[in-house]
Design a protein around this ligand. Structure first.
Ligand code: PEP
Ligand code: MG
Length: 759
């Protein structure tokens, strides 16, 4: 059948259905008329509608089968052809029905004389609530266009039966087999910890209210506009590299663009509108068809692309229906586990911290900033779990085990119990660490280790007292910029810095000047048009931005200097690559200081300037730079990504290299040795220091200052008290001279032999 007539056929059916639905007849009478309309138009002797009632698929209306079977024939989900269609939420198209292994003969229907069979699930909120089937005598498969017409009809039916309340309510059965019952998904541990709650998708699925269009031309216009808007969004993402905040974004973006401009896709949507559907229904309709086709092709690469197309199709749906908000804008209603493909740190911070219990990312990596923020918030995160839409439904109960990188979906009660027991044990452990608050971390041989914490938001500072950390060794000032819709004013910055210093009291706080760029993108601070970066982590970021747009740094310097009036200000510069950058940044502060002095403002009592060692090149300058520094802070997150040439936000590389590799440890050893004669404080402030085995290795290198995520303060203090610096130092010397095959295993065994817990 040529395309035009397929559209016409579907349109004819829809017009007739529209009339039926608009009539004042009761629901049963309407169904009786509908089977006639479909049967006639598809030239089928039989057309039947089965609907889900009390958990069974009941024959509600038929043309061609025995009328006596109506409301008598009932099939379980999964039973017979109809039950299989509902169970798998999948279309069947068979030339010879009886030849199918799932065929179940029902004598009361009188269907033995019909050979061919085609059935389509009637779907409501991702569940099959019924089946519409056609049959005819002649053994031939239905044409694709006929199947499509039937699928369109099924969409209309879902609207009709929901309005007429003909089916079981949402809670009872009707869930596709793969979405019922327990399931265990494995991913990658990003932030340890346990959480339980209901699944919430960051981008909720759009609910389609109207299926049949009143005005086809108007629907067409809506889709045109939505396509324009979507393409604009994708192009903007590409030019700003804003998408997904890191990850495999380039590859994904390219696919997105390909799909967004794919004429075939927009043509098929237009055809569906021509057949009488609303814009939303047309998009969904086309998506259903694509899903069905893709399912028949078993190819993981294609499955990935399918995932992208789903994403894009949802985006188009959100635009056309105006349902643009994320789950954050709608607010979390109870304990929730958030599911997203990827998130920016700012997006995560939009959620209610009291209700957000855990996060599952389809991508994600250990040192991506969203993960750092989650770690600071004490929210467990599991990453690298693909295609979650197909496995988890909004509202499903989830047990997230961040320790093992596992998520249990719809877990059985016994599993929940076991989980709760572990949860309680964890809480006990936390309570134990809390008792470490007052304990000073001396090693067994009497070295006082300085255990500082990392922070970035006002809400983080109370952790200082809760954990008993010695101070804040890294305050990431850019977080304030990330959570704000506009550039924070000088006054707002001053207020924040002052509050942080007040809360810290006598404890030191090290403010790092803004480190934006890389995976921390500010919508209001954009590149000039056409200057998209290929490698943002190695691009225009941190001090490089600050020195070029020095207005930004001047404002921050003023804010910090004023906030620290009468106190000591510790300030450090990120991503210093060459000494002159440190000098230039310091000069900006000195300029502002002179200005404030002139104005007779209260100045800081002392200013200590430090540099972060994140770019390996700076290590070659340390003998020159160290005398000018009050302190050096090693940012191992960036440092390791540059040493290994492995993007810290790339999930494919998330597990490839080890912080305990001799390359890193030897590098750090060299840094410590070079700086030692100058007496400059050396702190490690990357995520590495917050992991106990890694912290042990750092102690072995003679590093006595760590700035770590708040949750790690207790565990690391406990570790410190069990370590003998001289002993681990000697062992490390040996290992670095002749690296063992597996440094991690060697170190772990060493710790275990001495009863040092290092998980
Ligand atoms: C680092 O790179 O190790 C660091 C501490 O800074 P950030 O993680 O904010 O880049
Ligand atoms: Mg860094």
């Amino acid at each position: 059948m040529p395309m035009l007539s397929a559209v016409t056929a579907a349109r004819q059916i829809l017009t007739s259905l529209h009339e039926v639905m608009a009539s004042r007849a009761g629901a049963q009478a309407k169904l009786n008329q509908i089977v006639e309309v479909i049967g006639e138009n598809l030239d089928s002797e039989v057309c039947s509608i089965y609907l889900l009632r009390e958990g069974m698929l009941e024959l509600f209306a038929t043309r061609g089968l025995n009328q006596a079977a109506v409301h008598v024939t009932r099939l379980a989900v999964g039973e017979g052809l109809v039950g299989t269609i509902a169970g798998n939420v999948e279309t069947l198209n068979l030339a010879e029905a009886a030849a199918h292994p799932d065929f179940a003969f029902r004598p009361e229907t009188g269907e033995e004389k019909f050979h061919s069979f085609a059935g389509v699930p009637i779907v409501r909120r991702e569940r099959a609530v019924g089946v519409v089937a056609v049959q005819h005598v002649e053994p031939r498969r239905y044409e694709e266009v006929e199947i499509e017409a039937l699928q369109t009809v099924a969409m209309v039916l879902s609207e009709l039966i929901a309005n007429a309340e003909l089916i079981d309510d949402e809670e009872t059965l009707g869930v596709p087999a793969h979405l019922t019952g327990p399931d265990r998904l494995t991913g990658l541990t990003l932030v340890k910890g346990l959480a339980s709650g209901v699944a919430v998708f960051h981008q909720p699925r759009v609910t389609i209210e109207h299926i049949v269009a009143e005005d086809t031309e108007a629907e067409r216009q809506r889709v045109y506009l939505a396509f324009d808007k979507m393409r604009e969004q994708i192009d903007r993402m590409a030019s700003q590299a804003e998408f997904g905040m890191g990850g495999e974004h380039e590859e994904v973006l390219e696919t997105y663009r390909m799909f967004a401009y794919d004429e075939g896709w927009s043509r098929r949507i237009n055809e569906a509108i021509d057949s009488g559907l609303t814009a939303e229904a047309a998009i969904e309709r086309v998506q259903q068809r694509t899903r069905m086709r893709m399912r028949q092709i078993d190819d993981p690469l294609l499955a990935d692309r399918m995932h992208d197309l789903e994403d894009l199709s949802n985006r188009l749906l959100r635009i056309v229906s105006g349902q643009l908000g994320t789950a954050a804008t709608m607010g979390l209603k109870g304990d929730a586990i958030l599911i997203a493909r990827n998130l920016g740190p700012a997006e995560l911070l939009e959620y209610d911290r009291r209700r957000l219990k855990g996060v599952i990312l389809e991508e994600g990596s250990l040192t991506a900033h969203v993960v750092i923020v989650a770690r600071a918030m004490g929210i467990p995160v599991v990453g690298r779990m693909r295609a979650l839409r197909g496995k988890v439904r909004e509202g499903d109960h989830l047990l997230l085990d961040g320790d093992q990188g596992v998520v249990d979906v719809r877990a059985a009660p016994t599993l929940i119990e076991a989980f709760e027991a572990r949860f309680a044990k964890n809480r006990e452990k936390q309570a134990h660490y809390a008792t470490m608050r007052e304990v000073e971390p001396f090693t067994r041989d009497g070295t006082r280790i300085t255990v500082l914490m990392n922070a970035g938001l006002r809400d983080d500072t109370p952790m200082l007292n809760l954990t008993g950390a010695d101070g804040i060794g890294l305050f990431r000032t850019e977080f304030q910029f990330l959570v704000s819709a506009t550039l924070p004013s000088r006054e707002r910055q001053t207020r924040l810095y002052r509050d942080v210093l007040d809360t810290a009291g006598d404890k030191p706080v090290v403010f790092r000047t803004v480190d934006i760029g890389g995976d921390k993108v500010l919508p209001y601070l954009r590149h000039n048009e056409g200057e998209a970066e290929e490698n943002p982590a190695m691009g225009w970021r941190a001090l490089r931005v600050a020195l070029e747009r020095d207005g930004l740094l001047k404002v921050q310097a003023r804010a910090l200097l004023e906030a620290a009036g009468g106190k000591t200000l510790n300030v450090m510069f990120p991503m210093v690559t060459e000494p002159w950058e440190f000098d230039a940044a310091k000069a900006v502060f000195e300029g502002q200081l002179a200005f404030l002095r002139q104005r007779k403002k209260v100045l800081p009592e002392a200013i200590r300037y430090g540099a972060m060692l994140e770019v390996p090149a700076l290590a070659e300058w340390l003998d020159v730079l160290a005398p000018r520094l009050s302190f050096l802070s090693i940012g191992t997150n960036d440092l390791t990504q540059f040493l290994f040439a492995a993007d810290r936000a790339n999930p494919k590389l998330a597990e490839r290299y080890d912080w305990l590799s001799p390359a890193i440890l030897r590098f750090l050893r060299r840094v410590v040795t070079t700086v030692a004669p100058f007496g400059t404080d050396v702190t490690v402030c990357g995520e590495m220091g917050g992991r106990r085995l890694e912290a042990l290795a750092l102690l072995g290198l003679g590093i006595t200052r760590l700035s770590i995520t708040p949750a790690a303060v207790g565990p690391v203090k406990e570790l410190v008290r069990k370590v003998d610096m001289a002993e681990i130092g000697a062992a490390m010397n040996q290992w670095l001279a002749e690296p063992p095959h597996d440094m991690r295993a060697t170190l772990a065994a060493w710790a275990c032999e001495r009863g040092i817990e290092c998980d």
